[in-house]
Design a protein. Structure first.
Length: 299
C-alpha cells in the first residue's frame, strides 16, 4: 500500500514509517520543515510539504494514497483549545477525503479519562464528544465515517510510549527529579499507567492498517498497569536521588504540566487487540527502559 502519514518524523511516527517501509509499503510523510523532508527522503519515503493547518496538503496526501495514518498533534499544553480545534479539523479533512473509498484511516487516540476504577478496554467508548472535548472528540468524529465508506481504526496509545529518545511524560518526570533533587509520585502512588515500547506501538499501527476491520478500537498497551510510585522509584534509583510523595495540590509546581496527569489512573487492557491482530509486544518494559538509560538514567 501507499500510506500517507502525518507526524511522520515524530516519536511514534518515525518508528511507524520505518515499520511500514520494512514491510514493503511505500510512504508519503507530511513534512512541516525542510529538515523533516530530508529525514523522510533519506529513509526512502516521499515528503509532502505541509502542516496540520494546511488542509489542502492533508487532502492531497489522503486522496492520493491507499491508506492514511494520522499521528500528528500540536500538543500545545498552553493552548489546549487550539490543539483540540486543529485535531478535529484535521481528522474531518482526512476522513472527508477518504469518504466512499473503503480505504483505511488509522488515527491516534488516548486512554486518559475513558473509565475510572478499572483498566480501560477496547469496548469502552470514548466520552470525548464534540469540538470542546479532549482531542476535539476526534475518535468519535472519525468513527462516524465508518458508515460513509471509510475503514476507520482508532489506535489508543498508552500514556507512556517509551524507548531511547522519548521526550514525553516520563522524560518530564525525570527532568523534574533532576531539577528538585527528588523523584516524586503523587499521593500514595497507586495511580497506574499503561505502557508500551515505541517499536511495539509502530508494529501495531501497521497490523491495524493491514488487517483491522472498520470501527475497531485498538489498545497499544504492553503493560496494563505500572504504578506511578514504581516509576518514581526507578527514576530515583537510577538518578541516585531520594523518592517521596507530593500532595496533589503541589503536583503542578513539582512536575509542571505533567502534574495534571501523573496522579491519574490510566491503566488499560489490550487483550482484544492481541487476539484480533496476533500482536505480541516484545520490547523492554518501562522500568527496564528507565534502568537501561533510555532517559539518561542508566544505573
Amino acid at each position: 500500500m501507499h500510506v500517507f502519514v502525518t507526524g511522520a518524523t515524530g516519536w511514534i511516527g518515525s518508528a511507524t514509517v520505518d515499520e511500514l517501509l520494512a514491510a514493503g509499503h511505500t510512504v508519503t510523510g507530511l513534512a512541516r520543515t525542510p529538515d523533516a523532508a530530508q529525514t523522510l527522503t533519506a529513509k526512502g519515503a516521499t515528503a509532502l510539504p505541509g502542516h496540520l493547518d494546511d488542509l489542502d496538503s492533508l487532502r492531497t496526501g489522503a486522496s492520493t494514497a491507499d491508506a492514511v495514518v494520522h499521528l500528528a498533534n500540536k500538543h500545545d499544553w498552553a493552548n489546549p483549545a487550539e490543539t483540540n480545534r486543529t485535531e478535529r479539523t484535521a481528522v474531518q479533512t482526512l476522513a472527508e477525503a477518504l469518504t466512499g473509498t473503503g480505504r483505511p484511516l488509522v488515527l491516534a487516540a488516548g486512554l486518559s479519562g475513558l473509565v475510572q476504577g478499572r483498566p480501560a478496554t477496547e469496548a469502552d467508548a470514548s466520552p470525548a464528544v464534540g469540538p470542546d472535548s479532549p482531542r476535539g472528540g476526534s475518535e468519535n468524529l472519525a468513527l462516524e465515517y465508518v458508515d460513509k465508506g471509510v475503514r476507520v481504526v482508532s489506535a489508543r496509545f498508552a500514556p507512556s510510549v517509551h524507548g531511547i529518545g522519548d521526550h514525553g511524560f516520563i522524560a518530564q518526570a525525570v527532568s523534574a527529579a533532576r531539577k528538585h533533587g527528588v523523584s516524586a509520585y503523587i499521593g500514595d502512588g497507586t495511580a497506574s499507567w499503561a505502557a508500551v515500547h515505541r517499536f511495539d506501538a509502530a508494529r501495531l499501527i501497521r497490523l491495524g492498517l493491514e488487517h483491522a476491520p472498520a470501527g475497531t478500537r485498538l489498545h497499544a498497551v504492553a503493560e496494563q498497569a505500572v504504578t506511578t510510585r514504581a516509576i518514581a522509584e526507578a527514576i530515583g534509583r537510577t538518578l541516585g536521588v531520594p523518592v517521596k510523595s507530593v500532595a496533589p495540590d503541589d503536583a503542578m509546581e513539582h512536575f509542571g504540566f505533567v502534574g495534571r496527569f501523573f496522579g491519574m489512573d490510566m491503566s488499560a487492557s489490550s487483550a482484544h487487540t492481541r487476539d484480533l491482530l496476533a500482536w505480541s509486544p516484545s520490547g523492554p518494559t518501562l522500568i527496564e527502559d528507565i534502568k537501561a538509560g533510555a532517559y539518561g538514567t542508566a544505573e
